[in-house]
Design a protein around this ligand. Structure first.
Ligand code: NAD
Length: 272
């Protein structure tokens, strides 16, 4: 399968490396685009058979030789380009999942994918349990909760609720957000895509509870999930090591993108 890459940052680069290492043996990255051309060039230079570097987004989206575009750029990129990608008869993998908590936009993308007979893939990202939660949501789910802990530095570029400022010298873990997954996206567009993924796999962004803690006692991003429903209860806990390329991105999130790509071309699928 020929694919195109939208966004050549931490995740994009790890996908390229996976392909170079032979992990994605049935996938060819034949075109890449990044608004920062230097990043696209860096990605391309890693490949023995360098892909085309698109000069602009249309060159990527309208490329006739690719079947799928991997978005690893930003929520804005999803809002600006996802619909056009599907309308150009491409499948789409989305990493900046937070853009999908807008119900109207989500429904529009799903309807367009259906009309065009295309697929939208959303990797589990940096959390565990999405497989079981998807199955459990066929019955009644009573409660879904995400508790995320990150070192204070990870929130530096976020505009916090109530104008709270993160004190980088804080000594104690501090709750900086408590609310639903939809509101969490408004405040933490970069750092809490997992809340969107969890909510879309279960009871939706408005009903999924999210607590975010700036924790100076840890160095990793930690995601704990608690779900109660007709199936019973589920609790998962993941302590994520950061990607070497971008400490804000968990390595597991990139691996989950790579595994999703691999799954598309494999002939056995394990897990829901
Ligand atoms: N689903 C998850 O669990 C999960 C986990 C980590 C990161 N993410 C999200 O995935 C995305 C990529 O993460 P990353 O760590 O690789 O980020 P990054 O900042 O390292 O790289 C993003 C790249 O995309 C490019 N880019 C941004 N907006 C663009 C646009 N509109 N058009 C073209 N290029 C654009 C940037 O120049 C940059 O090179 C981010 O939105 C991030 O929030 C999701």
């Amino acid at each position: 399968m020929n694919i195109g890459l939208l966004g050549c940052g931490a995740i994009g680069e790890l996908i390229v490396e996976a392909q170079v290492e032979g992990i994605l043996e049935d996938i060819d990255i034949i075109i890449v685009y990044d608004q920062d051309r230097g990043r696209a060039e860096k990605c391309a230079s890693k490949m023995p058979k360098p892909p085309k570097i698109a000069e602009n987004i249309n060159e990527l989206i309208e490329n006739k030789d690719i079947q799928l575009i991997v978005e690893a750029a930003s929520q804005k990129a999803v809002r600006d380009y996802a619909l056009k990608i599907l309308e150009n008869d491409k499948n789409l993998m989305i990493m900046s999942v937070g853009a999908l908590v807008d119900k109207e936009f989500y429904n529009l993308l799903v309807q367009t994918a259906k009309k065009r007979n295309r697929k939208i893939y959303i990797p589990s990202g940096a959390i565990a349990g999405v497989d079981a939660i998807k199955a459990a949501s066929l019955g009644k789910i009573h409660e879904v909760e995400l508790i995320t802990r990150k070192p204070p530095s990870r929130f530096i570029s976020d505009k916090l609720p109530g104008g709270i400022k993160i004190n980088q010298d804080m000594k104690e873990p501090t709750v900086i957000f408590k609310g639903d997954a939809k509101t969490a996206q408004d405040f933490f567009p970069r750092s809490i895509n997992v809340a969107a993924t969890l909510s879309l796999a279960s009871i939706g962004p408005e009903l999924t509870k999210v607590t975010i803690i700036a924790d100076p006692t840890i160095e990793e991003n930690i995601h704990e999930i608690n779900v109660k429903g007709e199936f019973g209860t589920l609790r998962t806990y993941v302590k994520n090591l950061p990607s070497i390329k971008n400490p804000k991105t968990s390595y597991l999130a990139a691996l989950s993108a790579i595994k999703t790509l691999k799954k598309i071309s494999e002939h056995i699928e394990i897990g829901t």
